[in-house]
Design a binder for this molecule. Sequence first.
Ligand SMILES: [Zn+2]
Length: 299
Amino acid sequence: MPELPEVETVRRGLQPVMEGAVVEKLVLNRPDLRFPFPENLNERLQGQKIVSLGRRAKYLLIEFEDGASLISHLGMSGSYRIEPDLRISAPKQAQEQADDGFHYPRSKNPAHDHVVFHVQSEIYGQRQVIYNDPRRFGFLLLCGAGELADHPSLKDLGIEPTGNSLSGAVLASLFKGKKTVLKAALLDQRLIAGLGNIYVCEALWRTGLSPLRAAAEVAEDPKLAEALATSIREVIAEAIVAGGSSLRDHRQADGTLGYFQHSFAVYDREGEPCRRCGAPVQRIVQNGRSTFFCAACSV
Ligand SMILES: [Zn+2]
């Protein structure tokens, strides 16, 4: 499942082509994804200039000159890629990517190309921005001018884990009196927005904190709260940097944005030696999801 760093990498990859571009046509190859597509979407967006491509948590926000925005969520397997417009050049041989070490599946099978933005970019000329999603858990929602902040998908989201706003003091205030365990508190999107399973495991390991510890205990220890806030910001920032390098390295060869190989300290490493103490990494299930941690050096 794409997490915040992957979504941010997609945003950075799409931004040069999409920002300032005019939508010539929007082609929907089916009636819905997770939700039905907004009615008359092509008519609504045709001829409009895209003024910005933003992100909030794991949502891409495509803002148009009339103030409307498209909220794009990648679901489990959504991806974007940019191709030259097929009206002016022959399509590349489409191919289904095999398991290649990436931590979530990607596809370039044209059967899963559900949305195609035909855009005219001032710099790049005619381009197709293609949304592919084999499992179709992703969605596109249209939001009118001024409605974005109060949209149900966005209005209850907590603080972003990027930048410096997530400090130890902020984390302590969020976790104050929370009897829930750290893993659950960190996944609570109303507290911190966009943190997912992978980076929660990584941030806890980096801090030396057990995912089973009560969130309130961290709130009561300013040093621990600061250390955890720092780890969260670091694991996210490092993954965004890795995604950025993948854009530079692979865009020409691949064209699929936001997918990069990343080596994790504990995530998906059950039984392998902990990179801090050498003890085997353990996997437990919390709220139906795998947690990877080192019981030997995390307290
Ligand atoms: Zn360890």
